[in-house]
Design a protein around this ligand. Structure first.
Ligand SMILES: O=C(O)CCC(=O)C(=O)O
Ligand SMILES: [Fe+2]
Length: 216
């Protein structure tokens, strides 16, 4: 893996402009290729070792499995590998850039690996409900190289205003997507191939029923 995981200033600027004007950003070749392949190898290894857990929906007591809604298996990043630390460092750069440009007051980032086996999908949803949770900005980094055009598994982004499809993203290694968690509906179409990604969220400190920043 190369030495640096720093994100180029120009790409960060492009991302911020796009978030401001349309609420979402899609950046092909945004993440360094050596970093993606190290993370991909790590996720493959976790899949083989059965170290992933079926993803659910909802938070806290409301958490439950819904295979009719989402079919991925996940594992939260824990800084155990150099590749994870580099990815999180890059997200730290992004967090600083977002806070400086947009005064979002983001204070924390949480992220999980996600493996979608063939046939899996994630129905249309929002990552955060208005006025409830504290996820402000969503990110997805894709890890599978040479994704074919008939591989399925695209991420579809919808307009918050009129529900029209505004983007369809092939989950190709290096591509990075970022959007406003409370307003941008999106979904993952059924994938034909095993699909590898890291989904993450920048959070703002939120107070709920007198609890500061309740656990997710
Ligand atoms: O993997 C993707 O393209 C999106 C995943 C997603 O929407 C989520 O995990 O909330
Ligand atoms: Fe999502």
């Amino acid at each position: 893996m190369s030495d640096t995981s720093r994100l180029p200033e120009a790409r960060l600027g492009e991302l911020i402009d796009s978030l401001v004007t349309q609420g979402w950003y899609v950046g092909p070749s945004f993440l360094p290729a050596p970093l993606c392949s190290a993370l991909h190898a790590e996720l493959d290894d976790m899949t083989e070792r059965d170290a992933l857990i079926a993803a659910g929906i909802g938070r806290g007591d409301n958490h439950h499995l819904r295979r009719d809604v989402r079919g991925d298996a996940i594992r939260w990043l824990d800084r155990e590998s150099q590749a994870q630390r580099r990815y999180l460092e890059a997200m730290g750069d992004l967090q600083r850039a977002l806070n400086q440009a947009l005064f979002l007051g983001l204070f924390e980032y949480e992220a999980h690996f996600a493996h979608y086996p063939p046939g899996a999908f994630y129905r249309r949803h929002l990552d955060s409900f208005r006025g409830r949770a504290n996820r402000v900005v969503s990110t997805v980094g894709y890890l599978t190289p040479d994704w074919p055009s008939d591989g399925g598994g695209e991420m579809v982004i919808y307009s918050p205003d009129d529900d029209r499809e505004v983007a369809r993203v092939r989950p190709e290694a290096g591509t990075f997507v970022c959007f406003l968690a409370e307003t941008i509906p999106h979904e993952v179409l059924p994938t034909r191939l095993p699909r590898a990604s890291i989904a993450g969220w920048f959070r703002r400190n939120a107070s709920l029923n007198g609890l500061i920043d309740p656990a997710s």
